[in-house]
Design a protein around this ligand. Sequence first.
Ligand SMILES: O=P(O)(O)OC[C@@H](O)[C@@H](O)c1c[nH]c2ccccc12
Length: 265
Amino acid sequence: MSNLANIFKNHKAFIPFVVADDPDFDTTVANIVALAEGGADIVEVGIPFSDPIADGPVIQSADLRAFAAGVRTKTVFEIVEAARKQTDVPIVFLTYLNIVFKYGYEAFCKKCHELAISGLVIPDMPYESKAEIMPAANKYGIDIIPLITPTSGHRIEKIAKDASGFIYVVSSLGITGERNEFFNGLKDLVAEIKQYTDVPTAIGFGVHTPEQAKEMATIADGVIIGSAIVDIVDKQKQNAPEAVEKFTKSIRSAINESNTRKATV
Ligand SMILES: O=P(O)(O)OC[C@@H](O)[C@@H](O)c1c[nH]c2ccccc12
């Protein structure tokens, strides 16, 4: 079992997301540490990209702020390296395929291994293209985390059977960003995935309140939150780490409450 999958063994996982270099290098390092201290199980670090097709306005603007700060892929690696001096929290990168492709699959996975990165979420890499990166990912022990959406349909079986680390279950159609309603077949979607694999599931897209996080944690094995945290970073700028840690603690305790009740699935 991969290191990532192990994390979900005894409790529901919380997986927060930040954009690297938003608003600057030091604040991102401090935010990663704050997320870890606040109780994150895995931190998802977004590599800024010029055409983030799956992202809503909040993360798009964060990418722009990072570009204004002069971010490059190399900077993102340096941020993780700096964070690693203060925390060993498991980290996964959220990156669009072009960034990995340009860097080279082998070189990118090697670098991830050196930084103790556990996995990659590549939202624009279709399942059918996964074979290209697998030799390098396997060589360096990097999980390629697949996404399953409410419209994955007949592809669910092969995606699930081939998954490692965890499966990113997209809560609803559309782009990232806070929502008040989710796809109403989420329980069935997770149940279907469970027919094919023991790899844990985590729900993301739209979750932004402790109540929602608790609800999602009763459906799946983990909860992912991005835009709500990126929004705090935008509003608080260099003061963000404190607020980010506070928010993380509130989500952590909401998710823990769902642990004490039997899942209603
Ligand atoms: O922002 P949200 O709605 O909380 O969704 C999580 C999300 O931010 C993070 O996992 C993510 C950021 N960019 C993405 C692109 C595709 C899939 C997922 C993501």
